[in-house]
Design a protein around this ligand. Structure first.
Ligand code: ADP
Ligand code: MG
Length: 343
C-alpha cells in the first residue's frame, strides 16, 4: 500500500489504467495478451484466438436520455464494443449485456433498449448470450462484454507500427463530436423555452453519427479481401490525437500527419463554421467517431489507394521525432492527446 492520497484527476484515465496494469501478473499460458489493447487475446486451441473486450456506459457521463432515444443507446452500446473487436482485425461473435437500473425505468423503456441491442446484433451478426441485471440508486448503467475470433497471423495490435509505415483512417472525423454539440445546444434551448422548435434541419448526418455510430466491420472484410494486414490498429473512440498517442507510445515510434489530409465531411464543416469552431480541433480531439486508425506497410499502399472509405493522413517516424501535425501553412505543430477525462 502506498501512503497518502493521490487524486484520480492527477492520473487521468490512462494513468490509472497504467497503474492497474503494473500489478497484474499473468498466470495462464492461454492468456496471450491482457490489458493494453482494444481487446484481450486468449488462445482456444493451436490455431484459433478469442478476443474479449468490455465497455461501460453511464447515464450522465456517456449519454443523456433527454436527447438520446433509448433504442439508439442499445445500438450504440453494442456498436462501440464491435468496434474494439474490429480494431484487432477480428470478427465479433457473442455479447453479454449487464444493466443497473433505477425505478425510473419502465418495462417498455427496457424493451426499447433491447430493440436497439437486437438491431445491432442482426447488423453485426452476433448472439446475445447472457448478462446481469441489478438495481442502481440513480440512472442507467449498461456494460457490454464482447467475444470475437481471429487467427494468430491476423491479429493486429497497437504496439507494432514501424517507421516508414503509412497512417490511414477510415470514413471522416469530427462529426460525432459536432453532433453532440448540436444536441446539447438544443437541449439548453428547450430547457429555457419548451415552446421553441428544435433547429435540426440539415443536421441528420452529424446527429446520426453521435446517436447511431457504425463499427467498421466493412473495412475488416475489405482487409481480408485485399489481403492486407495492417501493421497496427486502434479504433477512434477518444479522438484521433489520443489514439495516435496510444499507437506511438506502445509501438515506440513517432508520427507526422498532415492537416490538409484529415477527412472532414462537408456536412460537418458546415456546422463547424456555424458554431465558430476549428475543424482541425474537432477532427483531432472530438471523440466517438468509431472509425479505424491503422498503419500499413508502404508496399500495401496500392491495395488501398482507390478505396473511397480509406484516406492516408501521414507516416510513422522514429520515436525521437515525436508526434506532429504539419499545418496547412507548413508549420510543425506538436500533437497533444486529450482523451476524455471523466474524473
Ligand atoms: P478502449 O478505449 O479501446 O475501450 P480503454 O482505454 O478503455 O480501451 O482500455 C485500455 C486497456 O485497459 C484495455 O486493454 C482494457 O481492457 C484495460 N482496462 C481498462 N480499464 C481497466 C480496469 N479497470 N481494470 C483492468 N483493465 C482495464
Ligand atoms: Mg478501442
Amino acid at each position: 500500500m502506498s501512503e497518502g492520497r493521490t487524486e484520480l484527476s492527477q492520473l487521468g484515465e490512462f494513468g490509472l489504467i497504467d497503474k492497474i496494469k503494473k500489478n497484474i501478473k499473468l498466470q495462464n499460458p492461454e492468456t496471450i495478451f491482457g490489458i493494453g489493447d482494444d481487446a484481450a487475446v486468449v488462445s482456444m486451441d493451436e490455431k484459433n484466438l478469442m478476443l474479449i473486450s468490455t465497455d461501460m456506459m453511464v447515464e450522465g457521463i456517456h449519454f443523456d436520455l433527454s436527447y438520446m432515444p433509448i433504442k439508439h443507446l442499445g445500438f450504440k452500446a453494442v456498436a462501440t464494443n464491435v468496434s474494439d473487436i474490429a480494431a484487432m482485425n477480428g470478427f465479433p461473435k457473442q455479447i453479454t449485456v449487464s444493466l443497473a437500473l433505477s425505478n425510473r425505468f419502465s418495462l417498455e423503456a427496457i424493451e426499447e433498449l433491447y430493440e436497439g441491442i437486437k438491431t445491432a446484433c442482426e447488423t453485426y451478426k452476433i448472439d446475445l448470450i447472457g448478462g446481469d441485471t441489478t438495481a442502481s440508486m440513480k440512472g442507467l448503467i449498461i456494460s457490454i462484454t464482447i467475444l470475437g475470433v481471429s487467427l494468430p497471423e491476423k491479429i493486429v495490435k497497437r504496439s507494432t507500427a514501424q517507421k516508414g509505415d503509412i497512417v490511414c483512417v477510415t470514413g471522416d472525423l469530427g462529426a460525432a463530436y459536432v453532433g453532440l454539440q448540436i444536441l446539447r445546444r438544443e437541449k439548453e434551448v428547450y430547457k429555457s423555452n419548451p415552446e421553441m422548435q428544435p433547429e435540426l434541419e440539415g443536421k441528420d448526418y452529424i446527429i446520426g453519427r453521435q446517436l447511431k455510430p457504425n463499427a467498421r466491420m466493412d473495412i475488416i472484410h475489405d482487409f481480408a479481401e485485399l489481403n492486407i494486414i495492417p501493421t497496427s490498429m486502434i479504433d477512434i473512440s477518444d479522438g484521433l490525437a489520443s489514439e495516435l498517442m496510444h499507437i506511438c507510445t506502445q509501438s515506440g515510434v513517432g508520427v507526422q500527419i498532415y492537416e490538409d489530409k484529415l477527412p472532414l465531411d462537408n456536412r460537418t464543416l458546415e456546422t463547424i463554421s456555424e458554431l465558430n469552431m476549428s475543424s482541425t480541433v474537432c477532427m483531432l480531439n472530438g471523440g466517438e467517431d468509431y472509425e479505424l486508425l491503422f498503419t500499413i506497410k508502404q508496399s500495401d499502399y496500392e491495395k488501398i489507394k482507390n478505396n473511397p472509405e480509406i484516406c492516408t493522413i501521414g507516416f510513422i517516424t522514429e520515436k525521437e521525432k515525436g508526434l506532429h501535425l504539419v499545418s496547412q501553412n507548413q508549420q510543425l505543430v506538436p500533437l497533444k492527446a486529450q482523451g476524455w477525462v471523466h474524473f
